[in-house]
Design a protein around this ligand. Structure first.
Ligand code: F6R
Length: 368
């Protein structure tokens, strides 16, 4: 049942190319238009949406953070991302032109369910992104995009996360299509990039042994920092969460630009710092990230850099270099998170922990 793997989690990590491919099946008509089967929101309703609030917990929340970058960039609609457990208690400003997007792998997370009930009571439209057919959250939503990860058994979410990202990109592109924003013209191009992602994820998985060797080297580590910027920032947070929940290590993710506002004080000799390097591009992201990496390295950190193939500018500053396929910055989380999942899974294995059933955790959190 684990297909020869030691853990369900590892099996599920290796299923990700297929899960991403399945989540893309049937999303385009012969004429190239995007279609989302259970959208159930009319185009006019979507055109009226003037604010989107994404609510979720844990890993699903980090998928929501990536979604914010994509939706705002492609649709120019303002997006807030909020932890479901906080949302209800802050008197959020919502009305009939607010679209709530609830992201939940299980569809049963109590905080998320309560949050959508609260939003619907105030007439907001709710769209669920969910992996579990017929679960409570999609049942109580106006519309749903199902992810096609298949059952996720390992407690730590992996293929659930990647397919949530795919659903978020599809939603963003769909809204762009309906609203006719200027990025509508690029839908074809972005879809082609998305359709190439299963192959790119496969490439990352083929390099798993390098990550395993790295994990084995860190069996004595007490603390790991993760840095990212832009869409790489939620990847850093998710990478840290994986390490906390599986390897029981102190792990923290930061936006690289925040370093000098405090976290850099944590850096000491040999502290491993995992850096998600954005693709080289016309923006300043890549250069800014490089200077953050130089700063931590100058203070003794051991830099482990995830950077795209062909990026040679990173070489002088990386103590360890893990290569990622070249992809657009907004889609980079789909490949960048994979080595971090492998790292956490392998390190926990080396430490002798139960990867599929980490201590104190449950697969779906049905209490608030
Ligand atoms: C982490 C993890 C949790 C879940 C969170 C939300 O690996 O699995 O953080 O992401 O409990 O669960 P869902 O998505 O089912 O609402």
């Amino acid at each position: 049942e684990k297909d020869g793997h030691d853990w369900f989690m590892r099996k599920e990590i290796f299923e990700q190319p297929r899960a991403v491919a399945d989540s893309l099946i049937g999303r385009r008509t012969a004429a190239g238009q995007l279609q989302l089967d259970e959208m159930r929101l009319a185009d006019e309703e979507l055109r009226d949406v003037d604010k989107i609030i994404i609510i979720a917990c844990g890993t699903s929340f980090y998928a929501g953070m990536v979604a914010k970058y994509a939706i705002e960039h492609w649709t120019r609609t303002p997006v807030e991302v909020e932890l479901a457990s906080e949302f209800r208690y802050r008197d959020p400003i919502i009305d009939a032109t607010t679209l709530i997007v609830a992201i939940s792998q299980s569809g049963e997370t109590a905080d998320t369910l309560q949050a959508i009930r609260h939003a619907r009571a105030q007439r907001a439209k709710v769209l669920a992104i969910c992996n579990t057919n017929g679960s409570s959250i999609p049942r109580e939503s106006d519309a749903v995009i199902y992810t096609h990860a298949g059952p996720e058994i390992g407690v730590a979410s992996t293929k659930g996360f990647l397919t949530q990202l795919v659903a978020c990109y599809l939603l963003a592109l769909y809204i762009a299509q309906v609203k006719g924003t200027r990025f509508g013209d690029e839908i074809d191009e972005i879809m082609e990039h998305l359709e190439a992602m299963p192959g790119h994820i496969e490439t990352v998985l083929e390099r798993a042994e390098e990550v395993y060797a790295l994990a084995a080297d860190h069996a004595g580590t007490r603390s790991v920092l993760f840095l990212g910027r832009h869409a790489g920032y939620p990847v850093a947070l998710e990478g840290a969460l994986k390490l906390k929940e599986l390897a029981y290590l102190h792990a923290e993710g930061f936006a690289a630009g925040e370093l000098k506002h405090g976290p850099i004080a944590l850096v000491e000799d040999n502290l491993p710092v995992l850096c998600v390097v954005p693709p080289q591009g016309r923006d300043h992201l890549h250069g800014k990230m490089l200077s953050g990496i130089q700063e931590v390295r100058a203070r003794g950190a051991r830099t482990i850099c995830l950077a795209e193939d062909g990026d040679s500018s990173i070489e002088p500053y990386a103590d360890v270099l893990i290569r990622l396929p070249k992809v657009p910055v907004l889609l980079q989380p789909l490949v960048a998170i994979v080595p971090l999942q492998l790292f956490a899974c392998e390190l926990a294995t080396v430490l002798g922990h139960d990867v599929d059933q980490p201590r104190n955790l449950a697969k779906s959190v049905t209490v608030e």
